[in-house]
Design a protein around this ligand. Structure first.
Ligand SMILES: Cc1cc2nc3c(=O)[nH]c(=O)nc-3n(C[C@H](O)[C@H](O)[C@H](O)COP(=O)(O)OP(=O)(O)OC[C@H]3O[C@@H](n4cnc5c(N)ncnc54)[C@H](O)[C@@H]3O)c2cc1C
Length: 450
């Protein structure tokens, strides 16, 4: 791939640029009608956080006959659930080989099965309930920049192909990558078929509607500041009396604050960014980004591109780390990565750029469980669209006293580290190192081809 090219957000877009998710534009919901005006003094269950996980847990408990109130500090779904890339994949963050190294060949199986269960859970939920959220088959190219990346992709392809033929991984040479994606100068790549992409804003909105129809009460601008003894009440900022609850469920993932310090100590909040282009000429989109294509560049600090559900725009993201200079500057940086892959998009305008916070666990695996009498699910480590949905449902079952089938995600220890209190001081160093290595690779590639 050519060395990084410069890119400008574009004069026109600077006037209409929005520092909020494109996904918020058109969710097809009447949010106001879904929000309760009053908070009851008591209920069977309080859920903290109205992202995918909290909504799924609330919906499950309502189906079990409990009276449920969801308290959200901002707007419904204002966290990562309406800010993500909308990829529905049957994987965890650690590769099969990493899982085998940690848990042994047999011990890794329940984790890998869990990825597939979460994937099927989301797909079947959307299909069975007819949820309008632009679910589409995804054709995903992962492109290698370095020979080492290609070896890793081939290893992944072999491991996943050996497990199932539902999702297929095909290794591609650099010529095949060029021919099929028009990305030049790569070390090759893989084409993954059988996964899905969706509109995350619509997906979350449909879940809220389902939960609301089942009787769940949603309250916005209700920040929980404290959980009472044994998880039997919560205090809400600005309200004199705590809300009494039969049980408390915490679903705040990467946004977990001091009100649940025990959980915060186990979550590494990671900021990531996404942006969206102005509409691109249809003939260019048809050639570079046919319907539902996504392209991921396997850099150390991952970078991805996909089409908007209506096929008119390029959506792109990655570049975890700080946001120095504001979101418009970040949009320029992200666009430069698009232009490095597709130089002909150098004049593309950027209409939106936003950030979101992912919740990683130290082991990069999701967890569901009960601590200090409070139920939680968190630490989805990049795959919360699937795992937040499935484990959200499992969380609701756990809190309602029903059978839980979350396997190792329920039983394994949720680690923290000595002197870690939720401020990941080490992250800037890690990300700076990844970015420097990526820049060095780009420079080497530029020299190699120059
Ligand atoms: C840029 C980006 C791209 C991503 N892409 C993908 C992808 O393609 N596929 C995938 O599987 N995953 C992806 N993810 C991850 C996925 O979005 C998350 O893992 C998932 O949305 C987590 O859902 P959640 O409900 O647990 O948390 P969130 O959606 O983050 O919800 C937590 C909520 O808790 C609220 N809250 C926090 N504290 C309080 C309090 N004290 N009182 C009341 N409310 C509170 C917050 O305001 C927030 O709304 C991505 C994430 C980002 C940021």
């Amino acid at each position: 791939m050519p060395a990084r090219a410069g890119g400008k957000v574009g004069a026109l877009s600077q006037m209409s640029f929005k520092a909020e998710p494109y996904w918020w534009e058109d969710r097809g919901w009447n949010r106001e009608a879904l929000v309760a005006r009053e908070v009851p003094e008591s209920c069977d269950a309080v859920v903290v956080g109205a992202g995918i996980t909290g909504v799924m847990a609330a919906w499950r408990m309502a189906q079990a006959g409990l009276s449920v109130v969801v308290l959200e500090q901002g707007m419904l779904g204002q966290g990562a659930s309406s800010r993500n890339n909308g990829m529905v994949v049957p994987y965890l963050k650690p590769s099969p080989h990493e899982l085998e190294k940690r848990f042994g060949p047999e011990g890794a199986v329940p984790y890998l099965n869990g990825g597939e269960t979460a994937f099927h859970f989301v797909r079947d939920l959307i299909r069975d309930r007819g949820l309008d959220c632009d679910l589409e088959d995804n054709e995903r190219f992962v492109i290698a920049n370095r020979p080492g990346d290609m070896a890793h992709l081939v290893e992944l392809a072999e491991a996943y192909n050996a497990r199932s033929d539902e999702v297929t991984w095909t290794a591609l040479s650099s010529d095949e990558v060029l021919e099929q994606t028009e990305v030049a100068g790569s070390e090759g790549g893989v084409l993954v078929r059988g996964t899905y992409c969706l509109h995350p804003g619509k997906y979350h909105a449909r879940l809220v509607e389902l939960a609301h129809a089942a009787g769940v009460r949603f309250v916005e601008k209700a920040e929980v500041t404290e959980i009472g003894a044994e998880g039997k009440s919560v205090s809400v900022r600005g309200r004199a009396a705590p809300i009494r609850a039969g049980r408390v469920v915490v679903a705040t993932n990467g946004y977990t604050g001091g009100f649940a310090g025990w959980l915060r100590r186990r979550i590494i909040p990671v900021r990531a960014y996404m942006a969206c282009s102005e509409p691109v000429a249809p003939e260019v989109m048809a050639r570079l980004f046919p319907p539902a294509r996504s392209v991921t560049v396997a850099k150390r600090n991952l970078f991805w591109m996909r089409t908007s559900p209506d096929g008119t725009r390029v959506m792109f993201g990655g570049r975890a780390g700080a946001c120095r200079g504001g979101l418009m500057r970040k949009a320029e940086d992200l666009k430069a990565d698009v232009v490095a892959a597709y130089p002909e998009l150098k004049d593309m305008g950027v209409s939106h750029c936003w950030e979101g916070v992912l919740g990683f666990s130290f082991g990069q695996l999701p967890h569901v469980g009960t601590m200090n009498g409070v139920h939680y699910a968190a630490g989805f480590s990049g795959v919360g669209l699937t795992f937040g949905s499935w484990l959200g449902d499992q969380l609701g079952r756990l809190a309602a006293g029903e059978e839980v089938t979350a396997g190792p995600f329920l039983s394994s220890a949720f680690e923290t580290r000595p002197y870690y209190f939720g401020q990941p001081w080490f992250l800037p160093l890690v990300i700076a190192k990844m970015n420097a290595a990526d820049r060095l690779d780009a420079w080497r590639q530029g020299r190699g081809k120059g």
